[in-house]
Design a protein around this ligand. Structure first.
Ligand code: PEP
Ligand code: MG
Length: 607
């Protein structure tokens, strides 16, 4: 991939083809009709740059070369950022390009180190630094962060091009109604699609969290990925119907297919409009029970979605993701700035800041070289990890406590296993208050997400101001099923009656101590599961903001008494399948919404 430069060509096939339908993964919603343009980026890989060892005396020359490449890359990024700023649809993209500039500086710094240490030329050092970043990101237990590897390759390609002195490809010559068909489109290439006449993108690679997908969504360009050998299956010049909702591409459609496509498009637009119009309505059940919908966020740029989706605050800020790429332990000052900016951007809404849930796969570079760290997710993890890194925990708590003097932020400790570790965590928060010599200790909460905590509920809850149920981990540890590998299957679902019974016990214990309790695992955003939680007694849900509209609509069509009855019957079930069957029949009376999976997907893609 690296050690090569970009020069791209389009392939044009003239021959007639039979009607063919391809199925991929929808990553940007929307329907488009257009003409295929096959963008053959493979050709760029053919031109290799020289890779060689160097002498000590050459180190400075090679370092100067990466400095020049960095300057050139930053200039190009600045120009692209300025034009993105002039386009209201590219607000996110302009922020992305400035992140790319920062990334380029960090990459250049590591490249210089590598040149000096390994005595290799700049191309070799760049190749190995990029490879190292990519493997770190790919090893993370988070799809969003994994897909940042595409940004790293994008920046790496830009710097490689700068070293070789070649220019990036421009889309300006494409005719209106073009559908780009490619193995992969990099984020900066997607930014270049603004005002280009491109209506859709069909690729082999690229996930829905990639910046290419995010930019496509901002530009309203439908995109589908995951179609193998797509560049040889779709001929340039073919007419295409691109359904960015279901991921279906129809090649050379006949008239009846085109008509059905238009009808489908219209219906979808009406459904989405109805769902989104309800977002401004309060989240209450049919009989008036108020449910608070909060956001799970991991990065500052996700905060806009809190107001966009009319949520009541942040129920879970996963702080470890803020510093997951850092080479240094985040200092008190840095955290004060990052959390402080986020809290003030929320304009008075509450924000629950979870202390670092590090360990396992979540090992940022500042810890990864520490030989004492074991990569097992059952070694040092969550609160246990933080208590073994007191200096880092103390700095984090001081930053949160300081911000809590003027804003509504709260502290949440992950992976609590009993009152012993939680009491130590609370004492650390008290110490931060004393050290800062301030008056207010913000509310302190415990995440219940380990089986051990289920057997220590009263003693933990007595010490806590609030409780958060982490159904992702609670489910994986109760059912002994990896949350990533078994995702979406009945092997690892909070719909399992054992997990439902555990949730019920947590709710009852929280009621005994009069403490609020929130569910913040991903399944809280499943409309049926959310209604079940309401029946179990939950009044706060923290979820991925882009999924909130569907959950809100489901709750607004739920009668709490019927939900209670259904929840009680679910607790008697023997398997997730039985629970699902019960929900499918039992909820029919209380709701008229029928939210197809594709619709949920579409909303998610709007993120
Ligand atoms: C959970 O485990 O449910 C949770 C919300 O925490 P995370 O997904 O960050 O582990
Ligand atoms: Mg968890």
């Amino acid at each position: 991939m690296f050690g090569s430069i970009a020069c791209k060509i389009f392939t044009v096939y003239e021959q007639e083809r039979d009607i063919e339908i391809l199925k991929g993964i929808p990553i940007s919603p929307g329907f488009a009709t257009g003409i295929a343009i096959v963008y053959n980026c493979e050709v760029e890989r053919m031109l290799s740059l020289p890779v060689r060892e160097i002498q000590h005396a050459d180190v400075q020359v090679e370092c100067d070369r990466i400095d020049d490449a960095l300057e050139q890359s930053k200039r190009d990024l600045k120009t692209a950022e300025q034009s993105a700023r002039d386009n209201s649809k590219l607000a996110d993209a302009s922020a992305l390009l400035s992140v790319h500039a920062t990334m380029a500086s960090e990459i250049a710094a590591s490249v210089k180190q590598q040149i000096g240490c390994d005595l290799v030329n700049v191309e070799q050092a760049l190749f190995s630094v990029i490879g190292d970043w990519i493997s770190r990101l790919q090893g993370l237990d988070n799809e969003y962060l994994q897909q940042r590897e595409q940004d790293v390759r994008d920046v790496g390609q830009r710097m490689t091009r700068a070293l070789a002195g070649t220019k990036p490809w421009s889309w300006d010559s494409l005719p209106p109604g073009s559908v780009i068909v490619a193995r992969e489109l990099l984020p900066s290439e997607a930014v270049g699609l603004a005002n280009s006449g491109v209506v859709a993108i069909v690729t082999e690679d690229g996930g829905s969290f990639s910046h290419t997908a995010i930019v496509a969504r901002s530009l309203g360009i439908s995109a589908i990925s995951g179609i193998s050998n797509v560049t040889s299956r779709i001929p340039s010049g073919a007419k295409l119907l691109v359904d960015g909702l279901t991921g279906v591409v129809t090649i050379q459609p006949i008239e009846s297919e085109e008509k059905a496509f238009s009808v489908h498009q219209l219906e979808h637009e009406q459904q989405i409009a109805s769902l989104l119009s309800e977002e401004r309505q309060p989240c209450v059940t049919l009989d008036g029970v108020k449910i608070s919908l909060l956001a799970n966020v991991g990065l500052p740029d996700e905060l806009d979605q809190v107001t966009e989706h009319h949520l009541t605050g942040v129920g879970l800020l996963r702080t470890e993701f803020l510093f997951i790429g850092s080479h240094k332990r985040p200092t008190f000052d840095l955290q004060l700035k990052v959390y402080g900016d986020m809290a003030s951007n929320l304009g008075g809404l509450p924000m629950v800041i979870r202390t670092f849930d590090l360990g396992g796969d979540k090992l940022p570079p500042f810890l990864a070289h520490d030989e004492l760290r074991n990569r097992s997710s059952l070694h040092l993890r969550g609160l246990r990890f933080s208590l073994s890194e007191r200096h880092m925990l103390d700095a984090q708590l001081r930053a949160i406590v300081q911000i809590a003097q003027t804003t509504d932020v709260r502290i949440l400790f992950p992976m609590v296993i009993g009152s012993h570790d939680f009491a130590r965590a609370c004492a650390a928060a008290d110490r931060a208050v004393r050290q800062l010599d301030v008056l207010r200790r913000p509310p302190v909460g415990a995440m219940i997400e380990t089986p051990a905590a289920l057997f220590a509920l009263d003693e933990i809850i007595e010490l806590a101001d609030f409780i958060a149920i982490g159904t992702n981990d609670l489910t994986q540890y109760m059912l002994a099923a990896d949350r990533e590998l078994s995702r979406g299957t009945d092997d690892c679902t909070a719909m399992h009656p054992a997990v439902l019974r555990a949730i019920k016990q947590i709710i009852q214990a929280s009621e005994r101590w009069n403490r609020p309790v929130c569910v913040c695992g991903e399944e809280a955003a499943e409309p049926d599961f959310a209604r079940l939680l309401v029946g179990l007694g939950i009044r706060e849900l923290s979820l991925s903001p882009c999924l909130a509209a569907a959950t809100r609509q489901a709750i607004r069509r739920t009668d709490s008494h019927q939900a209670i009855e259904l929840a009680e019957r679910s607790l008697q079930c023997r398997s997730p399948g039985e629970v699902r069957a019960l929900l499918a029949t039992g909820l029919e009376d209380t709701t008229s919404i029928d939210l197809p999976d594709t619709m949920r997907e579409s909303l998610r893609r709007r993120q």
